[in-house]
Design a protein around this ligand. Structure first.
Ligand code: ZN
Length: 485
């Protein structure tokens, strides 16, 4: 049991966790103390405070949480507005439907959404994320302007819409304002339908600096700012270098995310324009470090996979979106073997379930290799537990948030899985996460979701779900929003 650095105070709340997954493995009857700011201040074996025993001077009041407690998951890649098009593009328009034809529908939606509509869509989405076990989200946000290209002013109304949705629902947020300047390699100007995305480099950095100075010093960091570059095709190398230098001067550990090598057409265009592949070119700039998150990296060569692992950058795989868009396979097995740090994201919101994301990460590897339990290894033989633990820890790192592991000095973000749920029936602690990830109904066993020591989902329900769902449905009934072309 870790006891180092414990600073348990009298106003901390105390819980006894029946079974809990700690960094060193499963433990039973653990007393955890959570400070009013949401940080874990103590973890103790609870033998001296028998479950259900009346409080005494030496055994302060506590609440017992029966079930399996596991770290909450970070969703390292989300475009909230795309929740509005889920299910609307799953029909054939031509024999050549692809990512690029889907993108036209996505642009059409992006150009219809007003700030209050974005807030409602994001509120519904964040409720869905929380119920599925995501306790934090990185919003990769490139909607900046009015549809006519004019600025909303500062602060940006669309950024605020995302923030309000996060505050209302209780999910921790890392907002990643995204630089987007060109439509393709070689500095090609934006197309008319991309006008909402444009930002100049200096105002982009200045807006991030202003947000950071307004963030305050709470260790819980429930609201955090990072930055993103949309892609190498959308940000010329000079702008990427200048912005990175300025962002690193603001904060050495600022999370920086970028879409990379998602599509072969993008790899080919990069090769034609620069003579190098996108990941190769990005790594050669010498900017990538442990605080970068490379989103997709689908078409990485074996040498690039080793290069990313060596850089310590995190790769975010959004497999349900990559499958939905027909992107291709990321070689997760090779990346994990190289010591790579992997996390997950819901991206286009085709699925908003960390269990499903991790299940398909493993299934993709099984289908390719015609073996089972591919993404396990000798030290971590349980696939579900290995993938959940890794994605929770590296996802929190990608968000720059103090979560992802249940230990002193991190935020009290956890899920309580219901042992008696049919999806978990018969599960032991060692295979509880295998049940969650590989049972078709596994996520329904999530009884409670806690963020910063607050019970946000109780008895499988979020307090706002009854109010928001009909409003969201009414919005989606409006053809103006839902009618993807
Ligand atoms: Zn994306």
């Amino acid at each position: 049991m870790r006891n180092d650095g414990q600073r348990t105070m009298s106003n901390d709340r105390r819980y006894v966790l029946e079974h809990v997954l700690l960094p060193q493995g499963w433990a039973q009857e653990v007393l955890v103390a959570v400070a009013p700011d949401g940080m874990i201040t103590g973890l103790h074996a609870a033998e001296t405070t028998a479950p259900g025993a009346p409080p005494t001077a030496t055994a302060p009041p506590f609440e017992r949480l029966p079930g399996f407690v596991v770290p909450g998951m970070s969703n390292a890649h989300s475009h909230a507005f795309q929740r509005g098009m889920v299910g609307h593009t799953e029909y054939r328009r031509s024999a050549r439907d692809s990512f690029w034809s889907w993108r036209e529908a996505m642009y059409a939606l992006a150009n219809r959404i007003a700030p209050e509509e974005l807030e409602l869509i994001a509120t519904q989405l964040f409720i869905e994320m929380l119920k599925a076990g995501y306790t934090a989200v990185a919003e990769f946000h490139y909607l900046h302007r009015r549809p006519d290209g004019a600025l909303y002013g500062a602060p940006d109304a669309l950024w605020q819409a995302i923030e309000r949705a996060a505050e209302r629902t209780g999910i921790a947020l890392t907002l990643l304002p995204t630089l987007y300047q060109t439509s393709d390699f070689g500095g090609k100007p934006l197309r008319a339908e991309q006008a909402r995305f444009y930002l100049e480099t200096e105002p982009f950095v200045a807006a991030i600096a202003a947000r950071r100075s307004a963030e305050g010093t709470s260790p819980a960091r429930l609201k955090r700012t990072g930055a993103a570059f949309h892609s190498l095709r959308a940000v010329p190398p000079e702008a990427l270098q200048a912005a990175t230098r300025a962002l690193r001067a603001l904060e050495a550990a600022l999370p920086i995310h970028i879409h990379i090598a998602e599509q072969m057409k993008e790899v080919e265009a990069c090769l034609a324009s620069t003579g190098r592949r996108p990941i190769e070119q990005l790594l050669d700039l010498g900017l990538v470090d442990a605080h970068w998150c490379l989103v997709h990296a689908t078409h990485a060569t074996p040498a690039e996979i080793v290069g990313i692992a060596r850089s310590e950058a995190i790769v975010c795989v959004s497999i349900t979106t990559e499958a939905n868009l027909g992107d291709g396979f990321f070689d997760a097995a090779r990346f994990l073997d190289a010591g790579g740090r992997l996390c997950i994201g819901s991206d286009s919101q085709a699925s908003v379930s960390p269990a499903e994301e991790l299940r398909w990460l493993e299934y993709q590897a099984r289908l390719r290799k015609r073996r089972r339990a591919v993404l396990a290894d000798r030290s971590a033989p349980h696939v579900g537990e290995r993938l959940w633990s890794a994605a929770a820890e590296h996802g929190a790192a990608a968000l720059g948030q103090p979560a992802g592991r249940l230990e002193v000095g991190r935020r009290a973000d956890w899920l309580v899985l219901e042992r008696a749920h049919p999806a978990l029936a018969g599960a032991r602690p060692a295979d509880a996460l295998d049940h969650l990830v590989f049972g078709g109904d596994g996520a329904r066993a999530i009884r409670e979701v806690w963020v910063a020591g607050r019970r946000i989902v109780a008895d499988h329900r979020h307090a706002l779900e009854g109010e928001i769902a009909p409003q969201f449905a009414a919005l989606m009934e409006q053809a103006r929003i839902a009618g993807a072309d």
